[in-house]
Design a protein around this ligand. Structure first.
Ligand code: SRM
Ligand code: SF4
Length: 587
């Protein structure tokens, strides 16, 4: 595929306002080098400058601090306890047992002893101190993994339903996912110089970024591929999505294209809001890369480079309209997109336990609460997965719901894997209530610098508080999508949950209800700023009512809407405390 012929960066800003400072930082960074290496080598500080932090994101690295220690260290007159997080991108979530073992070892030697599986099928290594960061990333690359473009204003990890063993269709879709990932990997040699080769490579071709240009994209850009009926990737929450369309024999015909989804917002700023993606049209499989590239270049050239909170594709489309977007895209493509085909999604969750593949191998999906792989005194999950990785001849797959598939287990290997699952009681994790099995929280405290409230450390307790009611109401096996985030940025995809809690302040959460079980409808604010200890008392009566008054087969989100608890419209005001303007006020 030839690179885009469009100008990489608009010559003049479309606005008179000065561009955001990150635009100048990117432009002047010599393709993402800046002073990053100097800052990393500076022994006088445990962290890096803010400018270097912005550039480090493109390399998959975030500077953070242990927020549990902040107050005490402030009292003692000490610096924050600086640490780093490295995000490792894994297209479609597929990695080998050898790669798993390498990360497992690194989490002990260089991290905080845990491996975090993200809900975009990536790994995170938390708690890395500055002196260990470059050696850690070198080890990650030695294991044939990379952190490049896991964050930053570029196309991030490309997601896909992680079951390529399931059918030929899945395998084809996974190949395309990898091709998309490769196509959008930045060309800069800075990553290798800084993290891998340890030296500036002399000579060679002058550097270019054929798709991105030297100011890259206005903001992060997320691509996913869905294989109906599963919407595990939550396609409507991403900038760009491809929905696999098959003929009556199950052969891949092409993809419906979705654009302009995104979930981040800021409390009380109604001009920031979650948006569900639009279905734009259909393209054959051999045009997917071309379509994706041109969509990315439209956003590159028209995305907002002044206000970063308004710089996602969802705002470009909301402001200019889908018709404008289609025209601009088709002008660049040189052909028209076909109308979308029919597709049907049934759920966003994972299928736990053993399933068989057509080739005789089997796959075990394991529930990992909020994607945190660690050893607790009574539940040694990390040890168990290490032992499994040592004997497993297939691969591991990270799911979009933060869980793990031990995939491609050959019949002869299965007894040994089953024995290890039993020995460490991992098989029993999958017997939790369906509420827990469908719960998801973002990281939040203590590492996330943006968290307003707890999430990963609180949702499991809140689910426990609700489980009594769930059992009593006979809802043990009824899947309800329940999610929590520590702030409104939307990392745990809360606005696509049937029940969601979004951190408003320490110990306080906005409660949202009414998204569709299959991820096709956003929810709406039900109660603002509810204290943490009042959440369970608020939700229990709703569960009781659901158990007694639901229609046959009715999902909780639909029940919440039919019962009038909320009326989701997708309007920005659905998500904020601020009142919708009354008609009188708008005249
Ligand atoms: Fe996220 C920022 C964690 C998925 C929207 N996200 C962050 C940072 C890096 C905080 C920061 O900027 O300092 C968090 C790191 C916390 C930590 O200590 O690990 C963070 N986001 C996560 C992860 C790890 C949550 C998880 O528990 O799985 C997910 C990593 C995915 C990955 O592998 O790439 C994660 N983040 C998401 C999602 C969900 C998705 O993409 O499916 C969203 C909403 C979808 C979207 O992008 O619209 C999301 N994260 C954000 C935003 C708001 C973006 C916006 O447009 O407003 C921020 C803040 C920002 O970018 O300024 C953010
Ligand atoms: Fe941090 Fe907020 Fe994302 Fe949670 S939603 S990880 S608190 S940025």
């Amino acid at each position: 595929m030839s690179p885009s012929t469009e100008s990489p960066v608009p010559a003049e800003p479309a606005t008179q306002q000065p561009l955001h400072k990150n635009e100048y930082l990117k432009a002047d960074s010599n393709f993402l080098r800046g002073n990053l290496l100097r800052d990393l080598e500076d022994p006088s500080s445990g962290t890096i400058t803010e400018e270097s932090n912005q550039l480090a994101k493109f390399h998959g690295v975030y500077s953070q601090d242990d927020r549990d220690l902040r107050a005490q260290r402030r009292r003692e007159g000490k610096d924050k306890a600086f640490i780093f997080m490295a995000r490792i991108r894994v297209p479609g979530g597929v990695c080998t047992p050898a790669q798993w073992l390498a990360l497992d070892a690194l989490s002990d030697s260089h991290g905080n002893g845990t491996i975090k599986l993200t809900n975009r099928q990536a790994f995170q290594l938390h708690g890395v101190i500055k002196g260990r960061l470059r050696p850690a990333i070198r080890e990650i690359n030695r294991a044939l993994l990379t952190t490049v473009a896991a964050c930053g204003d570029v196309v991030r990890n490309v997601m896909c339903n992680p079951n390529p063993e399931q059918s030929r269709l899945h395998a084809e879709v996974m190949r395309l996912t990898r091709a998309l990932s490769d196509h959008f990997t930045p060309h800069t040699r800075a990553y290798h110089e800084i993290w891998v080769d340890d030296q500036r490579l002399a000579g060679g071709e002058p550097e270019t970024e054929p798709i991105y240009g030297k100011t890259y994209l206005p903001r992060k850009f997320k691509i996913v591929v869905a294989v109906p009926p599963s919407n595990d990737v939550d396609i409507f929450g991403h900038d760009l999505g491809f929905i696999a369309i098959t003929d009556s024999e199950g052969r891949l015909e092409g993809f419906d294209i979705t654009v302009g989804g995104g979930l981040g917002m800021t409390h009380n700023q109604v001009d920031t809001y979650p948006r569900s993606a639009d279905v734009l049209g259909f393209c054959p499989a051999d045009r997917v890369i071309d379509v994706a590239e041109k969509i990315v270049t439209v956003q590159r050239d028209f995305g907002d480079r002044v206000e970063r909170k308004h710089a996602r594709l969802k705002y470009t489309i909301a402001d200019r309209g889908l018709a404008w977007f289609r025209t601009e895209l088709e002008r660049r493509l040189g052909y028209e997109l076909a109308p979308p085909r029919r597709f049907e999604f049934t759920s966003t969750g994972d299928r736990y336990g053993w399933v068989g593949g057509p080739d005789g191998t089997t796959h075990f999906t394991l529930f990992i609460e909020n994607g945190r792989v660690k050893d607790a005194p009574d539940y040694r999950m990390r040890t168990a997965l290490r032992e499994i990785a040592r004997v497993h001849g297939g691969d591991f797959r990270l799911t979009p719901n933060q869980h793990l598939i031990i995939a491609g287990v050959k019949p002869a290997e299965r007894p040994q894997i089953e024995e290890l699952l039993r020995k460490h009681r991992l098989d029993s994790a999958n017997h939790a209530t369906a509420l827990r099995l469908n719960s998801m929280a973002c990281v939040a405290l203590p590492t996330c610098g943006l968290a307003l409230a707890e999430s990963e450390r609180f949702l499991p307790d809140l689910v426990t508080q609700l489980e009594g009611e769930i059992e009593a109401a006979g809802l043990r096996d009824d899947a309800i999508i329940i999610r929590m985030t520590g702030c409104p940025n939307g990392c745990g995809r809360p606005y696509l949950a049937e029940i969601a809690f979004v951190g408003r302040a320490p110990g306080k959460y906005h409660v949202y209800l009414g998204a569709a079980f299959n991820g096709s409808r956003l929810n709406a604010l039900y109660r603002p700023s509810v204290p943490a200890d009042e959440l369970a008392p608020l939700i229990r009566p709703l569960l009781r009512q659901y158990a007694t008054s639901r229609l046959p087969g009715e999902r909780f989100g639909d029940f919440a809407v039919r019962s009038g608890f909320v009326t989701p419209t997708g309007d920005p005001h659905d998500f904020h405390e601020t009142k919708r303007p009354t008609q009188a006020a708008t005249i």
